[in-house]
Design a protein around this ligand. Structure first.
Ligand SMILES: [Zn+2]
Length: 390
């Protein structure tokens, strides 16, 4: 250790020599594999060292003296890396001071910078998840680790609350480039955007497959743009969007640590939003147990058109006493479908979006019968974050 601090060149010289003498094309594949794994370890250790040093640079403010606009800009310049990469590294440096297990794994060369960033961001939200996430990092791809980390963050923050926070700042902007090309930029809550993205992706895949058959392949992004256009021109193919929800989360109404509620290959979606979309027939909920799909949860999609009409006549307004909203009503199962409530006239009511969400997510319930409903607060629901100590 002291040699590195005093004469950093001692550390660089052997590596430089190694690279100069490396004749990869002449290596035996077995040897090439071994070397690849060893040098990957060196790279991870280098990431660890860079993370610690970057944190130090930020504190000492030498970046300001060097004329950089921020510590991240300084780090990005020195590394020849994108600003996002440098920012992630500084965030990791900051977080690992509170996450001993992640810090230990990083310094042991077990984590790359990307893995450390993902895990530390999730573990800051739920420190109890450190161990599980670290063991996943050892065996799983970065893509699947990233999904797990998203699940942990969503569960820890309380998925509906996080959605609401982002939703308040939502926007969609469009403008034209100098050549009149139309550009779009949006920031949306995961619950709102995830189903939209899932549909666009599914249609883009279908268009791409068609194109492949006729050998006119363009980029996936090009087909995604066509998929977006197809939403308004009526040429779209029908798509099924699957949402994977842990059985336990389905009953509870929201996820906790270790559970999932996610659209195939897209961002997590809150359990409440998944249920609302399922009732409107937009998505199919697959009850999942780990990686296995246990069953398809039949939601209001099976409500026959005639039953819908009868309901519309019977419940012209939200059925909660005192609420007279008549627009944007949603069909609710009085006894939730996840608990076996049937799609029958007796078990269905129309609720406004607000009361529907109060019932699905916040423990409110309806008692009584059609024409004589009582709106009651149910037993206390535990929404305390999993990290709480008791
Ligand atoms: Zn209402």
């Amino acid at each position: 250790m002291p040699f590195m601090c005093e004469r950093p060149e001692d550390f660089v010289v052997p590596m430089r020599e190694f690279v100069t003498l490396l004749d990869a094309s002449r290596l035996h594949p077995q040897r090439a594999t071994e070397l690849f794994e060893k040098i990957s370890e060196v790279a991870r250790l280098a990431d660890a060292a860079l993370t610690l040093l970057a944190g130090c640079v930020e504190e000492t403010r030498v970046w300001r003296a060097a004329g950089s606009s921020s510590a991240a800009a300084w780090v990005a310049d020195r590394m020849g890396a994108p600003l996002g990469h440098a920012t992630a590294m500084l965030n990791t440096a900051d977080r690992i001071s509170e996450l001993p297990l992640v810090r230990e794994a990083l310094l042991a060369g077990e984590l790359s910078a990307v893995q450390a960033d993902e895990i530390s961001a999730a573990a800051i939200a739920d420190a109890d998840a450190q161990e599980t996430l670290l063991s996943h990092a050892a065996t799983e791809s970065v893509a699947s680790l990233r999904e797990r980390c998203r699940d942990v963050r969503a569960a820890a923050i309380g998925d509906e609350n996080a959605n609401e926070r982002i939703r308040r700042g939502r926007y969609l902007r469009h403008w034209q480039d100098r050549d009149n090309a139309v550009r779009i930029d949006a920031r949306m809550a995961p619950d709102d955007a995830a189903p939209l993205i899932a549909v666009i992706d599914a249609r883009a895949h279908a268009l791409s497959a068609e194109a492949r058959a006729s050998r006119q392949l363009e980029t996936f992004e090009a087909y995604a743009a066509d998929a977006l256009t197809s939403l308004v021109d009526g040429s779209s193919v029908k798509t099924v969007v699957n949402v994977h929800v842990s059985g336990s989360a389905l009953d509870r109404g929201h996820t906790i640590a270790g559970e999932t509620s996610r659209i195939d290959g897209v961002t997590p979606i809150s359990v409440g939003a998944a249920k609302r979309l399922a009732i409107n027939g937009f998505v199919k909920i697959l009850e999942t147990d780990g990686a296995d799909v246990r069953r398809v949860v039949h939601a209001g999609r099976s409500i026959p058109a005639r039953l819908r009409t009868v309901l519309e006549v019977r419940d012209p307004t939200c059925v909660v006493p005192g609420c007279n909203r008549r627009y944007g009503l949603e069909i609710d199962h009085v006894t939730p479908f996840a608990l076996g409530g049937p799609a029958s006239l007796e078990n269905l009511v129309r609720l406004c979006r607000y009361h529907h969400s109060q019932k699905t997510l916040h423990g409110w319930r309806l008692e009584g019968e059609p024409g004589n409903w009582i709106w009651k607060r149910g037993p206390h629901r535990d929404r305390s974050p999993p990290a709480a100590g008791g």
